[in-house]
Design a protein around this ligand. Structure first.
Ligand code: ADP
Length: 221
């Protein structure tokens, strides 16, 4: 089904891009094109997630492992969510080591995981929140942290957020999405020999997600 949906969504996305590129002098059409762009992007992302669930469940994910600077993956993840940050007027701080942090990973997949974390941080925080992204180096690993001061998660529900199709509340309470992002994230990070954890002091207390990845070599060694 996902594959069948991919072609029409791809065609609609291209058509919308053409409309957008043409620009509009009509005040009534411009916001409509804007809605089309956002919603087709959203549909495409949902579809990618469903396809990934199918691939992972069948053991068909192929990782492209190569030495990369993890700071690039972090930056890609943040850049991919710029529009959402702007829409919600969030402030985002990024704190990373000055030197390259080399790890043998699939950078696209790491960026996908971190993108999901910053996307959730933005989604589950009220407008004008602060979202913190930081990377710290440990002996043999890098830890990337995504912290928000949003709606938080009841501590007894925290372990469940990594389950497939799990959502801690209803859409009416501001929980939006399929509930597969964190499950996918955990699968991908474990395939990369890393670990992903969540922490929250409860409702309204914000959340912290941590991703630990082994380093390829001692940086600077
Ligand atoms: P979704 O697409 O629903 O966001 P995820 O798998 O990414 O799916 O997250 C699962 C659930 O965990 C979400 O529905 C939400 O209830 C909760 N959650 C994830 N991240 C956060 C966060 N930063 N703050 C509060 N709740 C969160």
């Amino acid at each position: 089904l996902s594959h069948e949906l991919r072609n029409p969504i791809g065609a609609i996305s291209s058509a919308v891009q053409v409309l957008n590129a043409q620009g509009s002098s009509d005040a009534a059409t411009a916001p409509v094109v804007d809605i089309l762009i956002r919603q087709t992007r959203h549909l495409a992302r949902l579809l990618d997630d469903i396809l990934d669930v199918a691939r992972i469940s069948r053991g068909r994910v192929v990782l492209k492992i190569e030495p990369v600077d993890l700071r690039t993956c972090v930056q890609d993840a943040v850049d991919g969510n710029k529009q959402l940050f702007a829409d919600k007027a969030h402030a985002v701080s990024i704190d990373m080591p000055k030197e390259p942090v080399i790890a043998e990973v699939d950078c696209t997949r790491v960026a996908q995981v971190l993108g999901n974390l910053v996307n959730n941080a933005a989604k589950y925080s009220p407008p004008q929140s602060c979202i913190e992204v930081a990377m710290e180096l440990r002996a043999e690993e890098a830890e990337i942290l995504v912290r928000d001061n949003g709606i938080g998660i009841e501590p007894h529900l925290v372990p469940h957020v990594f389950e497939a199709f799990y959502k801690t509340g209803s859409a009416a309470e501001g929980r939006q999405g399929l509930g597969v992002g964190l499950w996918l994230s955990r699968q991908l990070i474990e395939m990369l020999s890393g670990e992903i954890t969540a922490h929250s002091e409860g409702s309204g207390a914000g959340s912290v997600f941590r991703v630990r990845l082994p380093l390829h070599q001692r940086n600077g060694a």
